[in-house]
Design a protein around this ligand. Structure first.
Ligand code: PEP
Ligand code: MN
Length: 338
């Protein structure tokens, strides 16, 4: 159930309702909006008549059931969009946020060159993998902590906050020490122990859609992170498995408007993994912005032909620069800036 507080309710009023919910045996999660606060009461629905009675309190506006299986992530609980602030970069606001960089961190020179180039083109954040989820155990597995150190160094030198993947619950503390956003990759979307672990962290989490995850399952994964207390979740569409072989994955552009209808969380699109070929990244980036995405995450490599991973889908810096210029009028056409 959701308990919607009146706009004039004080902190004390909220604390009073929260206590009553807990006394009834429910878990109370307070979500403070710009205008009003709502409290989600999570637990056994059989006893909901007691919660319904809270409606008679003078500082409570209404008490309603939450119909969706994902509760805290749903727009029913929080109609206004969530804006996540990463060192001054606001994800989910009017400005489209672009995260760019190599698939894998390979060397200081590679990372610094790429970061400097994407920053000059207008990127807001740096991406780069230090722990890589590779299909083959014989492929490059990432530079691990050395890669995290390079990311921190290049991020500090360029002023671009950075995002990197964490693959394993055992490495969450280590990645958390360095990263500005922790990425949960497509192969871990339903790794519930990893989701619970990052749910305990105080840094934003970018949760990718799994290769075969429905939107509802994906939102349930976001709910896992929320339920542990971390409400800074960004959803990232990166393509799903279909019968189509012309592209590496089938990028579900419709995920952007669908998610905007269902959840208050920011939506980022990853056209690089979405299609798998650099030739299509430009068109899919523009389509994502037109469809209502709040951001893009794009693989850029200074020498894609020498990349340790995902070279075929990586843009050269000058192609990324051209893309950023072409994105501006698209963003403007849908009332956004970039
Ligand atoms: C990546 O971002 O390089 C990556 C491995 O992404 P995904 O989990 O979407 O495959
Ligand atoms: Mn990649």
């Amino acid at each position: 159930m959701i308990i919607v507080m009146k706009a004039e309710a004080t902190k004390q009023d909220v604390a009073d309702v929260e206590k009553r919910i807990i006394d009834f045996g429910y878990t109370a999660k307070v979500l403070s909006g710009q205008v009003r606060t709502v409290i989600a009461a999570l637990g056994d629905a059989r006893d909901k008549a007691r919660l319904q009675a809270l409606e008679s309190l003078h500082h409570v506006e209404s008490v309603m059931p939450i119909l969706k299986p994902y509760k805290l992530c749903s727009k029913e609980v929080k109609p206004e969009p969530t804006i996540i602030d990463v060192k001054g970069v606001k994800i989910g606001g009017n400005e489209i946020v672009v995260m760019a960089g190599p698939c894998s961190v390979e060397s200081e020179e590679q990372l610094m060159q790429t970061a400097t180039a994407v920053k000059a083109s207008g990127a807001h954040m740096l991406r780069g993998g230090a722990f890589k989820p590779r299909t083959s155990p014989y492929s490059f597995q990432g530079m691990e902590e050395e890669g995290l150190k390079l990311l921190r160094h290049v991020s500090d030198a360029t002023g671009l906050p950075f995002i990197t993947e964490v693959m394993n619950p055992r490495e969450v503390d280590l990645v958390h020490e360095y990263a500005d956003i922790l990425q949960i990759g497509a192969r871990n979307t339903q790794n519930f122990s990893l989701l619970k672990e990052v749910g305990k962290m105080d840094k934003p989490i970018l949760l990718k859609r799994g290769l075969a995850t429905t939107i509802e399952e994906w939102l349930m994964s976001a709910e896992y992170i929320f339920s542990e207390g971390n409400h800074n979740v960004i959803l990232c569409e990166r393509g799903i498995r279909t019968f189509e072989k012309a592209t590496r994955n089938t990028m579900d552009i419709s995920a952007a408007p669908v998610l905007k209808e269902l959840t208050h969380l920011p939506v980022v699109m990853d056209p690089s993994h979405g299609v798998g070929y650099w030739q299509y990244v430009n068109a899919m980036s523009k389509a994502s912005v037109a469809a209502g995405a709040d951001g893009l995450i794009i693989e850029v490599h200074w020498k894609p032909e020498e990349a340790f991973s995902d070279g075929p889908q990586s843009l050269k810096p000058h192609k990324f620069d051209a893309l950023m210029k072409e994105l501006r009028p698209v963003a403007q056409a849908v009332g956004r800036t970039i």
